[in-house]
Design a binder for this molecule. Sequence first.
Ligand SMILES: Nc1ncnc2c1ncn2[C@@H]1O[C@H](COP(=O)(O)OP(=O)(O)OP(=O)(O)O)[C@@H](O)[C@H]1O
Ligand SMILES: [Mg+2]
Length: 224
Amino acid sequence: MKIIEVQGLTKIYKAHKSTLKALENVSFSVNKGEFVAITGPSGSGKSTLMNILGCLDRQSFGMYYLKGEDVSRYKGNALAKLRNRSIGFIFQSCDLVSELTAEENVWLPLYYRGVPAKERKALALEALEQVGLSDRANHLPKTLSGGQRQRVAIARAIASKPDVILADEPTGSLDCQSRDEIIGLLKQTVANGNTVIAITHDLTLANSAQRMLTIRDGRLHQEG
Ligand SMILES: Nc1ncnc2c1ncn2[C@@H]1O[C@H](COP(=O)(O)OP(=O)(O)OP(=O)(O)O)[C@@H](O)[C@H]1O
Ligand SMILES: [Mg+2]
C-alpha cells in the first residue's frame, strides 16, 4: 500500500526579484513499512522535500498524496490535524522542550491530539520502553546525553503511531556509538511495522535503508 506518492513535485522559492528552484519535477512513492533514505549534497533540496512531505510547507507545482489523499486540499487547522495524525518528526538537533520531562515530551503530540491523560501516559511509557529509556522517564532533557535525547525524540515520533516517520539527519549531531544505537533503533522501528524516511549524509544510515533516493540540484537522480 502506498503511504506517500509525489508526482512532478516542484518547489520555487521567491525572494525579492530572484527565484530559486529548490525541487524540480520530483516523483516517487513510498510503501507502508518501507525504510527509505534520501541523500544528496548540501543545498540539493532534501529539507525542502522533507518539509513538503511533513506538511510543513507546500509545493509550487505537482501533486502530493498522503494515504491517497491530495494534501493540497487541506488548509490551516485541517492541515495541522492531518500532520499531527499522520507524521512523526525526528530532527537533527533534538527539539525537546527543556522544561518538560522525557515522558512529557513524548506525550506532547498526543496531548495536542486530544488523547486523554491516562492513555497518553501509557503510550509514552510504552514508547520510552521501546527505546530503552524507561528508567529516564522523569528526567529533564538537560540531564540526558545527546544519544539519549535523540532516543526520546524517536520515542516521541513512534508514540503517536504515525503513518510515516520523517527524520532529517537523525544521526547528524551524534558520536559513533550513539549513532549506531540510533540506526539500530530506526531499524527496529521499521521492523515493528513503521514507515521511515530519513534524510542523511551518514552512509551507514543510508545503507541501512531498503532504498536510497539521491537528490542533486533539486532533481531525483537515482532510485533503487
Ligand atoms: N525558505 C527558503 N527561502 C529561499 N530559499 C531557500 C529556503 N529554504 C531553502 N532554500 C534554498 O533551497 C535550496 C535547497 O535547500 P535545502 O534546505 O532543501 O537543502 P538541503 O539539501 O536540505 O541542504 P543541507 O544538506 O545543507 O541541509 C538551497 O539553495 C537553499 O538555499
Ligand atoms: Mg537540510
